[in-house]
Design a protein around this ligand. Structure first.
Ligand SMILES: Nc1nc2c(ncn2[C@@H]2O[C@H](COP(=O)(O)OP(=O)(O)O)[C@@H](O)[C@H]2O)c(=O)[nH]1
Ligand SMILES: Nc1ncnc2c1ncn2[C@@H]1O[C@H](COP(=O)(O)OP(=O)(O)O)[C@@H](O)[C@H]1O
Length: 195
């Protein structure tokens, strides 16, 4: 379904782990009644993660089957685990709605941009290295995971200038407000009084 501006919007939240992509994306998604396209992943769920909400958690074998069947629009390997987006999921959602959102690393964001061009709006979130490390520690992530994430920090940060918009995230309410304002320009739904 095309939006009031005559096109679909695919909002991709990207940036370093711990920058707040999931938190902000969920808040903004709720505000606009937008659906998330959920990734398939081979890593096991972490405590509190829900299958079908955070990810579709699947085995290596199942992932390979889907891959061989050509089901993935985008598929990457990060730290030995596979992450992918199923073509049908994004197409079905866009059939019923004008906009969707996803959360991915720079690689996935670049692939989607190449496929969907102007319909993809990359929203880059960031905070300094010490802050993201502290947030991940407060979340209780295993030390090994935090270290892996920090190893990707510089590479992810260097993607900032390729993105359509970038937001420093230190105050969750403020960041959500800024992104809502920005998305309103794309969605033209009149949720924000611009005067
Ligand atoms: N390219 C790509 N990246 C993804 C996908 N799903 C999740 N990611 C990103 O992969 C990275 C690794 O994620 P992980 O360590 O499992 O942390 P998580 O963000 O807490 O799930 C994160 O930056 C995710 O945002 C996907 O389908 N494709
Ligand atoms: N502006 C912020 N101030 C403080 N904590 C934040 C802020 N944004 C996000 N967080 C917290 O940081 C942690 C990581 O956020 P999350 O949204 O999971 O990041 P990402 O999806 O980028 O890895 C979560 O515990 C989240 O509640």
């Amino acid at each position: 379904m095309l939006g009031s501006n005559g096109r679909n919007n695919i909002f991709v939240f990207t940036g370093p782990d711990g920058s707040g992509r999931k938190s902000v994306a969920e808040a903004v998604g709720q505000t606009f009644g937008m659906e998330k396209v959920i990734s398939f992943v081979t890593r096991p769920p972490r405590q509190g993660e829900v299958n079908g909400h955070d990810y579709h958690f699947i085995s290596n074998e199942k992932y390979r089957e889907m891959e061989l069947a050509g089901e993935f629009l985008e598929s990457v390997e990060i730290d030995g685990q596979r992450y992918g987006i199923r073509s049908a999921d994004i197409e079905n959602k866009l059939h019923h709605r004008d906009s969707v959102y996803l959360i991915m690393n720079h690689e996935g964001a670049g692939i989607l941009k190449n496929i969907y061009g102007d319909q993809v709006v990359r929203l880059f979130l960031y905070a300094d290295r010490r802050t993201v490390e502290e947030r991940e520690r407060n979340l209780g992530l295993p030390e090994e995971t935090i270290m892996k994430h920090l190893n990707h920090y510089d590479r992810e940060m260097s993607y900032r200038h390729s993105c359509e918009h970038a937001f420093e995230n230190y105050d969750l309410g403020q960041t959500t407000y800024e992104i809502t304002n920005e998305l309103e320009r794309y969605l033209e739904r009149g949720l924000i009084d611009k005067d």
